[in-house]
Design a protein around this ligand. Structure first.
Ligand code: F3S
Length: 62
């Protein structure tokens, strides 16, 4: 079971993670936010990809 955390102070609102993993991440006030927890099993791979691709590494698993 995977959870995700967004470092709101680090996120620059690039929106890449929402595009990569819309099932678990959404944009709120131009910052990424976790919209469902734990991350659904079918979205874990995409969420992992979003964490890897974030340009400022603002996402982390828990
Ligand atoms: Fe923010 Fe990184 Fe997503 S900058 S919007 S957490 S890809």
């Amino acid at each position: 079971m995977m959870k995700a955390r967004v470092g709101a102070d680090t996120c620059i609102g690039c929106d890449l993670c929402e595009e990569t993993c819309p099932r678990a991440l959404m944009m709120v006030d131009d910052k990424a936010a976790v919209q469902v927890e734990p991350v659904p099993a079918e979205a874990e791979t995409a969420c992992q990809q979003a964490e890897n691709d974030c340009p400022v590494k603002a996402l982390s698993p828990e």
